[in-house]
Design a protein. Structure first.
Ligand SMILES: [Ca+2]
Length: 592
């Protein structure tokens, strides 16, 4: 236990005095920006604790972004020429320096062997090792402790920082789980209990008072329900024990469905990475997602892909029992690798989970975001919920940046430029205050949105955030959401009961269903599916079909001294609602 402290002190001294560091000196590799307020320290790790850690080897890969964009640009000859799984692998191999990759792989493997640590297994990403916590602390100059987090009372081991040998800095991408204080289980939709008390209509749960599919077809001019299936497929991502329940779904479809029952296809459940759908434990997010996609898509193929948060149990060394919960969570990479490996990829993916961007270390976030760009190459439209705590990110906590400075907190994967991010509007029509929105600290603004965002930023009164803002934000970052849709008063059947629900996770599956319908229309005409949507959405003729949202302001941040609201809706694109709300009939006319 002394060793890590000593190494840290030595390092600090070494840095201050500028002493040259020996090749195998440990250097800090990653540090958590902040430990989110929703995480709670339980106890330090002890030598009895066995940790499973994965060492991701640097990929040494650079895919040409222009190549990806060309396949997503209807004006390009490459548009619609999407890659199959094998073609993608070939492209990725061609974009990888194989000699550098192999050299890194060998160096990391040699180093692990030199430490006398058994490699439990290796995968395409690197090595998995299992070792007592005190050994891991010496090896990585880390200090592991067990934490619980709100909504998850099973303690998991994390460290606020870790180091790696300086000779491996160009070979190791990251070690996980270490500084990964994220947990997608926090992104569940909110049951509107508070709202119900404040302004929810009283009386029976019916579609005259709450949002059912029929209300949305009217509001958004969804003038098409397929009579037959096509190759158009939609996949809903499910993480962290969110179970979809067949009985709830059947009841919802029979009461509120739009297709005639004979044409309604049941959804298919796919379980990966140890996920197991438990019919006895229906969960709100799963019900919401499945009910508000399939109601619109009728006979089209919809899957619920339930991703376990952890790998299957493995044999433990020395008979030390390791609760399965103490393994790491990595739902995004597992989910995306699964999708990318499919021969027939679902062309629309709906993800209603968000984390604070800064809770996801950038090295990990980059690997996830890169995979979203690979999905673009395969012709997949990815719709992601922006989050439900305004400019505070995903949670109602203090807004602090990496140095503890007052700062708005962007959300992930909403902030990745390769996804289409969906915000929420309120019942009165303006941007919903809870809808997360803002500017990424990790990714710069992509060219396809530069003009739209610059126009918004040039209008200071519209932005609503003063130049001398108390809470900082990154003016040059990827801005989101890209569009919005109603996100309040949804009527969901969960556990046999009608449950009013709100959140951007309500808006997102509806947009995903609309895209699956457009794809269906296009496929039936022999056209390619839409693919990565953003370059199309930001095209002036497409943007003009959206119903502009000009009212509403996103909830901002407050601390002991200051309070500041965040971005305001304004005419045209704005950082509260993106382009506003879609009109399906107009999009259909233009795109299908
Ligand atoms: Ca607007």
């Amino acid at each position: 236990m002394l060793a890590p402290t000593f190494v840290s002190l030595f390092l600090a001294t070494g840095l201050v005095t500028g002493l040259p560091q020996p090749a195998n000196e440990l250097v800090e590799h990653e540090r958590a920006a902040t430990v989110p307020d929703s995480w709670h320290l339980v106890r330090p790790a002890s030598h009895d604790d066995i940790l499973t850690l994965r060492i991701a080897v640097k990929e040494h890969r650079k895919v040409d972004e222009n190549h990806i964009l060309a396949r997503s640009d209807p004006k390009s000859a490459l548009y619609g020429k999407y890659l199959g799984a094998e073609e993608l692998n070939t492209l990725l191999a061609e974009s990888t320096s194989t000699s550098a990759r192999q050299a890194s792989w060998d160096k990391v493997e040699r180093w692990i062997n030199q430490q006398n640590i058994p490699i439990v297994r290796d995968s395409a990403r690197g090595f998995e090792i299992k070792l007592p916590a005190d050994e891991a602390e010496s090896l990585f100059a880390a200090k592991f402790s067990y934490y619980t987090s709100d909504g998850n009372d099973k303690p998991v081991a994390r460290t606020e920082a870790y180091s790696i040998p300086s000779s491996l800095q160009d070979d190791i991408d990251f070690v996980y789980p270490t500084v990964h204080f994220f947990d997608a289980s926090h992104s569940r939709p909110a049951e509107s209990t508070l709202d119900r008390r404040q302004h929810f209509p009283t009386g029976p749960f019916d579609c005259s008072k709450y949002v059912c599919p029929i209300n949305l077809t009217t509001k958004y001019n969804i003038d098409y329900i397929p009579e037959t299936a096509s190759a158009s497929k939609l996949a809903v991502a499910g993480f962290i024990e969110q179970y979809a329940n067949n009985e709830d779904w059947k009841e919802f479809i029979s009461k509120y469905g739009l297709s005639d029952a004979a044409k309604q296809a049941p959804y298919e459940i796919i379980e990966i990475n140890g996920g197991k759908n438990d019919q006895t434990k229906p969960q709100l997010e799963a019900q919401l997602d499945m009910e508000f996609t399939t109601a619109f898509t009728g006979p089209l193929n919809v899957t619920y892909t339930l991703v376990g948060g952890r790998p299957p149990a493995q044999d433990q060394p020395g008979n030390v029992p390791v609760p399965i919960e103490e393994n790491g969570q990595e739902p995004y990479l597992e989910f995306l690798d699964h999708l990318l490996a499919q021969d027939e990829v679902p062309q629309v993916v709906s993800i209603s989970y968000t984390d604070d961007e800064q809770a996801v270390p950038q090295s990990y976030a980059n690997q996830v975001c890169d995979r979203f760009s690979y999905l673009a190459l395969r012709g997949v439209s990815v719709l992601v919920a922006s989050g439900d705590a305004g400019a505070q990110g995903t949670r109602f906590s203090s807004c602090k940046g990496p140095d503890g400075e007052p700062r708005f907190v962007p959300t992930f994967p909403a902030s990745c430029p390769w996804v289409t991010t969906v915000g929420a509007t309120a019942g009165w029509g303006g941007a919903a205050g809870f809808s997360s929105a803002g500017f990424s600290n990790y990714w710069p603004r992509p060219a396809w949105q530069e003009a739209a965002v610059a126009g918004y930023l040039a209008n200071n009164t519209a932005v609503g955030v003063a130049e001398d803002a108390w809470f900082a934000w990154n003016k040059t970052g990827r801005a989101y959401p890209d569009l919005s849709l109603r996100g309040t008063d949804f009527l969901v059947i969960n556990g046999g009961s009608p449950t009013p629900t709100k959140g951007t996770s309500a808006s997102t599956p509806v947009v995903a269903a609309m895209v699956a319908l457009l794809n269906d229309l296009r496929l039936k005409k022999g056209m390619p599916v839409l693919g990565f949507l953003n370059p199309i959405l930001y095209r002036s003729d497409v943007a003009a079909t959206f119903t502009d949202v000009t009212d509403g302001v996103i909830n901002g941040c407050a601390n002991a001294e200051h309070q500041q609201s965040a971005f305001q809706a304004a005419p045209g694109w704005d950082a509260a609602s993106g382009w506003g709300e879609p009109d399906f009939a107009k999009l259909r006319k233009l795109l299908a």
